[in-house]
Ligand binder design. Structure first.
Ligand SMILES: [Mg+2]
Length: 121
């Protein structure tokens, strides 16, 4: 617990993505999930994306929700953080640098033409 608190105390909004990815790798190892199989991490990622969808449904839409379970749901912000943590863990398990992957993908994305597929236009 003390090691995690020490790492947490070093977090700040000026950190680079590489530092945050390294922080997540360390705390996930401390929590005992550092060597989890990639299949388990992927299952967890899908689960967290589902929880994010539910949180958005609860907070940002007029869709019906089970009022008896309303206190079981985390906030949108909490679920976004969960998705980010688990996605970063997937990167760590695959030895993928998240910034490098993002940077290389954006190199492709900036050359794409983003357009509505409206056939009437
Ligand atoms: Mg969650």
């Amino acid at each position: 617990m003390e090691e995690q608190k020490n790492l947490y105390s070093q977090l700040n909004s000026q950190m680079e993505l590489n530092d945050i990815q390294d922080y997540i790798k360390k705390v996930i190892e401390i929590r005992g999930f550092g060597n989890q199989p990639i299949e388990q991490a992927m299952l967890l990622l899908v689960e967290e994306v589902g929880e994010l969808a539910k949180a958005i449904r609860k907070e940002k839409t007029n869709m019906c929700i089970d009022k008896y379970k309303i206190n079981n749901y985390d906030t949108v912000e909490g679920e976004i953080a969960d998705v980010f943590i688990v996605l970063t863990t997937v990167c760590n398990l695959l030895n993928i640098n998240l910034y490098d992957a993002f940077y290389e993908k954006e190199k492709i994305n900036i050359e794409r033409l983003w357009k509505n597929n409206n056939k009437d236009a």
